[in-house]
Design a protein around this ligand. Structure first.
Ligand SMILES: Nc1ncnc2c1ncn2[C@@H]1O[C@H](COP(=O)(O)OP(=O)(O)OP(=O)(O)O)[C@@H](O)[C@H]1O
Length: 267
């Protein structure tokens, strides 16, 4: 079978910040490709440059060297075909707009006609299980529900690639488990490409089809690991699999080595 083409390509990306105390080499050199329809998790030690990498690949920050291309075109500004979900759902939703209007906002900005917009918003809210709160305001919802609204907004936009930056770091463990399953469902239902950044090793293994382990700053890709767990995942049975334990242990060891700047063989 022919190899699938590349959707997102990051080639020899480097980022050095200029600060008052001198240059800070945040990203040494990062190279990886994401194929259409993949669900890739990025994990690494604290301060390893995850946010810097995401800013570069979403066109918010210019790299010092190297390139990011999406669908073959260089990324120099936020791409129309990319949606980003951030950790801080409280700040990403507008409190004076209803759930429906928050979800519709990017579609309005894009000039999508009203009837099409209404259908897309209703479908997206249904996908995340929030059809019943259409007319509520974000502040009337729990943190987990607000993050589902943020996911619905990204889904309604019908991006080619959905980038998520530690989206569940601020919610409780039970809600987080539900949201992880939601991401897998959205990915499977819609066939969207997902790039999910997390500092949580178990989350990266549970969610991903592939996990990129980053080294400490100045960052490189320490390991590109295929997650050979069954496609149908379940919080209890998947996490109880011996293979899940092997993979999470391996990623954990890799991150410990990353902190000490060593590498290890694939499990
Ligand atoms: N604007 C800046 N100026 C100077 N140095 C910066 C700037 N932003 C980030 N850095 C440095 O670059 C490195 C990577 O930072 P970044 O925030 O990308 O890491 P991170 O992996 O997202 O961190 P965390 O896991 O703590 O959220 C760190 O050493 C940080 O101090």
């Amino acid at each position: 079978m022919a190899e699938r083409s590349v959707l997102l390509s990051v080639q020899d990306l480097k980022k050095t910040y200029v600060s008052a105390t001198g240059p800070v080499e945040a990203i040494g050199s990062i190279t990886f490709d994401v194929r259409p329809g993949e669900l890739v998790c990025i994990v690494g030690p604290s301060g390893c440059g995850k946010t810097t990498l995401l800013k570069c690949l979403s066109g918010l920050l210019a790299p010092t060297a190297g390139s990011v291309t999406l669908d073959g075109a260089p990324v120099t500004e936020p791409p129309r075909t990319m949606a980003v979900v951030f950790q801080e759902y409280g700040r990403s939703l507008y409190p004076w707009l209803t759930v429906r209007d928050n979800v519709a906002l990017p579609l309005r900005a894009r000039g999508v006609p009203r009837a099409e917009r209404t259908t897309a918003v209703e479908r997206a809210l249904e996908e995340v299980g929030l059809s019943q709160v259409l007319h509520k305001y974000p502040w009337q919802l729990s943190g987990g529900m607000q993050q589902r609204v943020a996911i619905a907004r990204a889904v309604a936009y019908q991006p080619e690639i959905l980038v998520m930056d530690e989206p569940f770091a601020a919610v409780d463990a039970q809600t987080r488990a539900d949201l992880e399953d939601l991401v897998r469902r959205v990915w499977q239902d819609l066939g969207v490409t997902v790039l999910f950044v997390t500092h949580d090793i178990d989350e990266s293994v549970y969610l991903g089809e592939r996990v990129l382990v980053l080294s400490s700053s100045p960052t490189f890709v320490q390991e590109d690991l295929a997650i050979d767990l069954p496609a149908q995942r379940d919080q209890l049975s998947t996490r109880a699999l011996p293979r899940f334990t092997e993979l999470r242990t391996h990623v954990y060891e890799q991150i410990q080595r990353a902190k000490r700047a060593e590498t290890a063989p694939t499990p």
